[in-house]
Design a binder for this molecule. Sequence first.
Ligand code: SPV
Ligand code: MG
Length: 562
Amino acid sequence: MPARPANPTPINFPDTPALDGAMTPGKATRLRALLTSPQLEFIMEAHDGLSAKIAEEAGFNGIWASGLTMSAALGVRDNNEASWTQVLEVLEFMADATEIPILVDGDTGYGNFNNVRRVVRKLCQRGIAGVCIEDKLFPKTNSFIGDGQPLADIDEFCGKIKAGKDSQPDDDFSIVARVEALISGRGMAEALKRAGAYHAAGADAILIHSKQQTADEILTFAAEWGNRCPVVIVPTTYYDTPTDRYRERDISLIIWANHNLRASITAMREVSRRILREESLVGIEHEVASVKDVFELTGNQELAAAEKRYLPVQQGAPGAVILAASRGSELGSLTEDRPKCMVDVRGQPLLQRLIDTFNSANVRNITVVRGYRKEMVNLPSIKTVDNDFYGSSGEAATLACAIDALKSDCLIAYGDILFRQYIMDQLLAAEGDIVLVVDALWRDRDPDPRSRLRDLVACSAPFQTGYLEDGPVTAKRIGPDIPEDAIGGEWIGLARVTDTGAAMVRSEIESMRRDGELAEASLCDLFNRLIAVGQDLRVLYVTGHWLDVDNHADLEAARSFL
Ligand code: SPV
Ligand code: MG
C-alpha cells in the first residue's frame, strides 16, 4: 500500500461560492473528506468558542471537541460530570464561531443505543460534523486514568453504532468508533476483533487509542488493519514519534487532543501569579493578547457594520451627500474597473474610510452620487443616485443628482478625501447656513497654488492663531485662479449646509439649470454664484490633517494617513 504523501497544502474548503458558482460543501461533508482524504490530515483540540476560533485561525481544517478539555474548561472531571446537554451547549458555541467541521468526543454515547440516537440527531441539528464514541461503560473515565477499565460488550456497542448511523439526518455525518482494547490491556487481537465488528456495524472510521510512550502498538494495529476503513489516532503519550511514520502506515487523521487547553493553563497560571506578585499590569501588558485582538476574534467589526445597516437613523441627525462619480484617470490601471472612491486604502475602499468617519460622528444617512463604473459602488448602508452623464458634466451637475437629499442638516463632500475626525466634529458644531472647511496651511501641502487644480479660497479675514477670534470669516471667492496674495486657504472638499443653506443651494442649482450653466459647472462655480447673490459662505479654518487622492503619490499618502 503506498504511503500517504506529505501535505503540500491543507485541503481548501472555501467559505464562499467559488468563481464557477460551486457552493462550499457542508461541514459533515468536509469532515468525511478529511477522514477519507488520501493524505494524512490533522484536527486540533478546542473546548469553547474562542479556542475553536483560534484553531481555525491557525489554519486547521477541523476541530476535535475533546471531552477531557470541555470538561476541564467547565471545571469538572472527565467522568461525564457535565451532562450531555451541557456539552451540547458548548458545542453550539463552537460550531457557531467557526466554519470548519467539528468532530465531537461523544464518550460512550451517554447511555445505551437510544441515547446515541438522540445525541446524533441533536449534534446534526447544531451543525456538528461527526461524533466519536468509545467502547467503555457509562459514566466513563479518562483513558489515561487507572488500568484495565472495563469495556462494553461488542454486540451492545455495535448496536449503538447502527442506531447512530440509522438516525443521522445528514448522510455525510460521521461516526467514529473508538477502540479501547489496547488501553485496557486486552491486546492486539481483541483490538482488531473489535475494530472489525465496529466497521461491519457501519462505523465510518476506527480510532485506535493507546497510552504507551511509543507508537509501536498503534503502528502494528495500522499494519494489521490494512486500511479497511480510515484510522484515527491520538498521539498524546507517544508525542515524540515523527509524523512521517504515521504517513508511512497510512493513518488517516491525527487528533492533537488537548494542547490548546494545556497551553492556556500554563499561560493563565503565569499571568495570574505575576499580577498577584507584582500588584501591577506593567510586566504582563505586552505579553498578553490585546483587548483589540479579543474584539477582532469575536467579530466586533461585523457588529459595527450591522449596526450601520439595521439601526434606525436618529431623527435630526445630519445626512451627507458624497460626490463619487468621477473615474480618477490619473490613477491609471487602478481605476480601470472601479471609480477612484473604490480604490483600496489598506484593505478598505477610500469611500468606506470616508463613510466610517461620517458614521463615527453619527452621520449615517448618506447618499453617494455614482457615475463611472457605478456598479462597483456597492457598499452597505448607503443610498445611491446616479449621474449617468459623469463623463461630460461637472460636479454641480453631480450634486444636482442628489438634490432630494440636500435638506435639513447635510454635509457635502468629495468622494476622494480623508480627514481627521476632529474636523468633522468642528464642522458639525460650526455656525452658519453654509460652511466650508478651509485649510489655512495650504502652502504646507504644496507651496505652488497652481500645482494641481486646487479649490483656493479668498477669505474675508486670514486665519488667526490667537485664542480670540475676530468674528465670522466668510468666503469672497473660490476657485483655482485666486491671486496668490488673496488666498486665505484651500477648500478641502467638505462643506455643511443647514436647512436654510440647503434651500439656498437647491434654489441656486435650479437657477443654474435654467441658465443652462449647470451641466458643466464645478462646485466652485455654484459657491461663487451663491456669494454673488449675497449669501454668506462661512469659513471654518483648519490646519492640515486632510488629503485628497488624485494620483499615486496621494494614494500612498492616504495609506499612511490611517
Ligand atoms: C479527549 O480528548 O477527551 C479524549 C482523548 O478522549 S484522551 O483524553 O486521550 O482519552
Ligand atoms: Mg475523551
